[in-house]
Structure formats: structure tokens, C-alpha cells
Ligand binder design. Structure first.
Ligand code: S5P
Length: 278
């Protein structure tokens, strides 16, 4: 059997046992989009203007819900409506990083109640497997999926070598809930032992740090192109923020739409080249 990164998103959707992962793969194939837009803006008007513009072109909207200055519960209602209208999943980029009992509370309670509306969230591996146990206690009953941060895109990131390997091992031990990684390369088989059945694993790799026009910002972010990320490095989803909406203030929705279509096309072409459909 060929490795997951050489199979179509559709084939993978059919086989995946986690509901959030298989829904995401299905939407990717249906909409011909492996684009996730990271909507990192502070006003809900800009937030929804961007989502309305990019909605038809994305498989996944990534949020940092805690940076919205005018957040209230209606934001979640509207986000969910748009998710159904435009058929995208929601990924709250919360980057949990605490002990199991604390992250279970952060995931389910407080103002944001992330587990109620985010199909996918993510966590750092640094606390060890107990962070997955804590998040799974909330997320599994709601059929959610978890992404572990195995490699970061920023200059000087400590997520390298044995740290990355250990993150993949942690994921492998909880394939019911951990559906993939934030990483810069495909991860299957990394850190595996002879007794691991790696033929059965299918981890989605979501890659941030994607840009067609810039190679970085002034704060250590590093960008690669969709071709490098999806075709050369075998990642599945490209995460793009400022490449699509610039500063994200008083957004020009026509320009946002144009950029979303540009990234969608570049990501899809790189995927087709990878699975050799063209
Ligand atoms: O390693 C990472 C992990 C993440 S989730 N590097 C990242 O940049 N991210 C997130 O991706 C980051 O928090 C931001 O929301 C987005 C990148 O935004 P951009 O504007 O640089 O494309």
C-alpha cells in the first residue's frame, strides 16, 4: 500500500477512522482546496468579512479566537453558520500546553468553550502524553480531532530532532484522537519501532509559514511556497494568514478573494503533481 501522502484525499477520507479527519479530507476533495486561512484579526467585522470572502475556497478556517477584541457568543453562532454555508471545518489554534486536568478545563469551559464549536484544535507535545489524555476526555465524546505541534515555522524553533520524534510517538499511541501535526514535512513512520503498524497510520500534516510573495516577517516567521510545502515536503494543508489579507484591517474583500483563489490554485496544483493526477 502506498504511503498516505501519495494517495488522494478522497481515498484517505474513506479510510480514516477519526470523524473530524475524514470530514476534512472529504471537504478538501469536494472543494478542490487544501487551503486553510488563518484569520488573525482583532475586529469581528474584519474577521467575518474575510471568512465570507474566502469561505468558498477553503477547507478549513483557522482561528485565534482570543485575539478578537469584541468577542461575544454571537461570534460563534455566526462562525458555525458560515462553516455550514460554505462547507469548511473550524480549527481553533489554541496551542494547549499544560497538564491534562488544566487543558481539559481550558478546552471545555471559560468564555470560549472551544470544544463545542472547533472541529480541530492543537497542542504542544511538551507536557508529554497526559496533555492528550486531558484533551481527549473532552474531545472524543464530541468526535473532535487533535493536532500536535511537531515542527514550528519560526526561526530558531526548538521543535527539532528527538522532540519531533517524540511528538510523533505520542500521536501514534493515540491515533483515535490525534489526527496529525503542525509541521513542515510529512511525518509518517518517524520514530517508529518494528512493532508499530505504520502502514495503518495516516497523519494529516498542516503547514503554516506559507507565502507566495514574502520569505518571512520581521518577527522570525519563515515562509515557503505551496509547491515546496505540498509537493516537495508532502504536507497536506497549507495555512495562510497575512499572505491573503495583509494587515487585516478594513479589508478589501475583492483583493482577499483574489489572493484566496491564487493560494487555492497553487496548493491544489502542488497536490495534483504529488499524487500524479496530471
Ligand atoms: O509553527 C507555527 C505554528 C502555527 S499554528 N507557525 C505558525 O505561523 N502558526 C500559525 O500560523 C500562527 O499562529 C499564525 O496564526 C499562522 C501564520 O500566519 P501568517 O500570517 O504568518 O501566514
Amino acid at each position: 500500500m502506498s504511503s498516505p501522502h501519495l494517495q488522494t484525499y478522497n481515498e484517505r477520507a474513506r479510510k480514516h477512522t477519526n470523524k473530524a479527519a475524514s470530514a476534512l479530507l472529504r471537504v478538501m476533495e469536494e472543494k478542490q482546496s487544501n487551503l486553510s486561512v488563518s484569520v488573525d484579526v482583532t475586529k469581528s467585522k474584519d474577521f467575518f468579512d474575510i471568512i465570507e470572502a474566502v469561505g468558498p475556497h477553503v477547507c478549513l478556517i483557522k482561528t485565534h479566537i482570543d485575539i478578537l477584541e469584541d468577542f461575544d457568543a454571537t461570534v460563534i453562532d455566526r462562525l458555525r453558520e458560515l462553516s455550514e454555508k460554505h462547507k469548511f471545518l473550524i480549527f481553533e489554534d489554541r496551542k494547549f500546553a499544560d497538564i491534562g486536568s488544566t487543558v481539559a478545563l481550558q478546552y471545555s469551559k471559560g468564555i470560549y468553550k472551544i470544544a463545542d464549536w472547533a472541529h480541530i484544535t492543537n497542542a504542544h507535545a511538551v507536557p508529554g502524553p497526559s496533555i492528550i489524555t486531558g484533551l481527549a476526555s473532552v474531545g472524543i465524546p464530541k468526535e473532535r480531532g487533535l493536532i500536535l505541534l511537531a515542527e514550528m515555522s519560526s526561526k530558531g524553533a526548538l521543535t527539532t530532532g528527538s522532540y519531533t520524534e517524540d511528538a510523533v510517538r505520542m500521536a501514534r499511541a493515540r491515533r483515535d484522537f490525534v489526527i496529525g501535526f503542525i509541521a513542515q514535512h510529512r511525518m509518517e513512520g518517524i520514530g517508529a519501532s518494528d512493532t508499530d503498524n505504520i502502514a495503518e497510520e495516516d497523519f494529516l500534516v498542516l503547514a503554516p509559514g506559507v507565502g507566495l510573495d514574502a520569505t518571512g516577517d520581521t518577527m522570525g516567521q519563515q515562509y515557503r511556497t505551496p509547491e515546496q510545502v505540498v509537493f516537495e515536503s508532502g504536507c497536506d494543508v497549507i495555512i495562510v494568514g497575512r499572505g491573503i489579507y495583509g494587515k487585516g484591517e478594513n479589508v478589501d474583500t475583492r483583493e482577499v478573494l483574489k489572493q484566496a483563489q491564487r493560494y487555492q490554485a497553487a496548493g491544489w496544483e502542488a497536490y495534483k503533481k504529488r499524487v500524479q493526477c496530471i
